[in-house]
Design a protein around this ligand. Structure first.
Ligand SMILES: Nc1nc2c(ncn2[C@@H]2O[C@H](COP(=O)(O)OP(=O)(O)OP(=O)(O)O)[C@@H](O)[C@H]2O)c(=O)[nH]1
Length: 525
């Protein structure tokens, strides 16, 4: 059922090797070409163009098959009678596949009675797919013909019989096969423009195949590129000006240092990058192109460094078991929005999800989470009382998750920071409940961090990483900030990997993090 699994988006690691090799070559173009040979990534600009065209065509086809309401076996009305036509009766049954037909009986068996389950049916979020399905069902009216229509039909048949009697008998076979009416081609909402080409190149250079990408990926890459526009304009254009003056020298490196600091990359991360650049410069001459390539490699390595030795580069809910993701962060960082967006992609990727509204500190937070639950079509387990124990909500939510074979339970938590001890106590309590009640679940804790806070965000992250055993960071509000470099500061200073990034307020505006795509959007977009 799932259209596209964002969590398991395929990467070809061999192409990353190729990239690393290419970077290592610096000013040795022949070995760069040789390195490109052992990967599937296109080798030349023409190849990239051909790849982009093929991808474009594939996407068009995908779109056409999704949008085209396949079979409308319109029973051609015989052009015999101008009789008063019988209007088709409206369909009486609930449309197949509509929300109304969803198994409402899927309620948990063993939850506490005081717990409130907010089901998305209350505020059905209608997806494009559902709309298309509804449209499909609407065109198949139920046919309970009224008596007068039956009479008209009988009369029509009688006339036809008369016609046949008087007709010249000709055994001539009817032109049986009418020329198949070609289904109208639905044009997808995408252009083979500069933005498409850039996204295609990013995907192609990761060793992806053109028949294996989706429009969502292209759209997201464009959004990421636009989102990082401010940081890029601040950083890259000047960087290019500095680097573009000739082989990298000491003065240029000082300027790069200042630019990185301005982009909130942070002192430690900047120092590390500068040292690497300096030692590379001593080893070999770095012409502008090679310098940028080497810088990209350094940034990528830094962003991936917390994952070293960890083969699970993608942050994926493990199938056929309960995954519990605790979502922590201060109020306003984008926690609720992130939960809504995560459940949206998880559901679309085929996972069974549930949300626990354990930020009981603010009543409004529970309401907000319910709105997002409704939007993404996921049930929310909440406790209607004010200031109720968040651990009790988590307890009930786990019971509900276990009774309905949920694969991903997202837990919204309160993010008061006034007192680190309180925060720690609360998170520890939730952890204890989780460990006791779902000891075999795969438990992760994600910190939601507002990128616009820059270095202040890093300080926040520090408090949370001391209070909770974090699995990584969700960096939100990357759209429109000039502080996109904070991603590097978080990784370098806290050793936490970025797992997801948000670049907009919409439900589609959050995706798993890819260091390759991030750096490309930051430096070449
Ligand atoms: N531009 C932009 N805005 C975002 C993004 N993520 C969240 N927001 C906005 O940030 C604001 C706060 O988001 P919430 O999800 O309510 O934050 P929260 O951490 O849950 O805060 P509480 O509900 O108060 O606990 C909202 O207006 C969101 O629309 C993003 O990636 N980009």
């Amino acid at each position: 059922m799932s259209s596209f699994n964002w969590f398991r988006r395929g990467y070809d690691e061999s192409s990353e090797t190729e990239d690393a090799k290419t970077d290592e070559t610096t000013n040795d173009s022949t070995s760069a070409e040789a390195a490109a040979d052992d990967s599937d990534a296109p080798a030349s600009a023409e190849d990239y163009l051909a790849w982009a065209k093929a991808a474009y065509q594939n996407i068009q086809q995908q779109q056409a098959t999704v949008e085209e309401p396949e079979a409308e076996p319109e029973p051609e009305p015989e052009p015999v009678e101008p009789e008063p036509e019988s209007e088709p009766e409206p369909a009486v049954e609930a449309p197949v596949g509509s929300k109304a037909a969803a198994p409402a009986a899927e309620t948990p068996v063993s939850t506490d009675v005081s717990t409130e389950i907010s089901t998305p049916e209350e505020t059905p979020a209608i997806t494009e797919q559902e709309e298309a399905e509804e449209a499909l069902t609407e065109v198949t009216p139920s046919v309970a013909a009224p008596f007068w229509a039956k009479a008209a039909e009988a009369e029509r048949e009688a006339r036809l019989a008369k016609l046949k009697e008087t007709a010249i008998v000709e055994p001539e076979p009817e032109p049986e096969s009418e020329p198949e009416p070609e289904p109208p081609m639905v044009m997808p909402d995408v252009d083979l423009d500069e933005a498409f080409l850039w996204s295609a190149e990013v995907l192609a250079s990761q060793g992806r195949r053109p028949d294996d990408i989706s429009l969502e990926e292209i759209t997201w890459l464009n959004q990421l590129r636009q989102g990082l526009g401010k940081t890029r304009r601040g950083l890259v254009n000047q960087l290019k000006a500095v680097v573009g003056q000739g082989p990298l020298n000491e003065d240029a490196i000082y300027e790069i240092e200042a630019l990185l600091l301005q982009a909130d990359v942070g002192v430690e991360a900047t120092d590390q990058i500068i040292e690497a650049l300096q030692s590379k410069m001593r080893e070999a001459t770095l012409p502008p192109e090679a310098a940028i390539r080497y810088l990209k490699k350094l940034l990528r390595q830094m962003l991936d460094s917390p994952l070293e030795g960890n083969h699970n580069l993608l942050f994926v809910p493990e199938g056929e078991q309960l995954n519990i993701w605790l979502i922590v962060g201060v109020n306003g960082a984008g926690k609720t929005t992130t939960i809504g967006k995560l459940t949206h992609i998880a559901k679309k990727s085929g996972y069974n999800c549930l949300i626990a509204a354990a930020d009981t500190f603010r009543a409004a937070a529970v309401e907000q989470v319910k709105v997002w639950g409704a939007r993404s079509g996921v049930d929310v387990i909440a406790n209607p009382g004010q200031n109720t124990d968040p651990a009790a909500v988590v307890f009930d939510a786990i019971a509900a998750a276990q009774s309905r074979n949920t694969e991903l339970l997202l837990v919204d938590t309160a993010g008061r920071l006034q007192n680190k001890k309180n925060l720690m106590d609360e998170l520890n309590k939730i952890r204890r409940i989780v460990d006791k009640k779902a000891s075999d679940a795969n438990v992760e804790a994600l910190l939601v961090l507002d990128a616009t806070l820059g270095q202040n965000g890093v300080r926040q992250a520090k408090v949370f990483s001391e209070a909770a055993n974090l699995s990584g960071v969700v960096l939100t509000k990357l759209d429109g900030t000039a502080k996109g470099g904070v991603a590097l500061a978080v990784v370098q200073q806290l050793g936490l990997p970025i797992r997801f990034i948000g670049a907009g307020e919409g439900i589609e505006d959050l995706r798993p993090f890819s260091s390759y795509e991030f750096v490309e959007a930051l430096l070449s977009g």
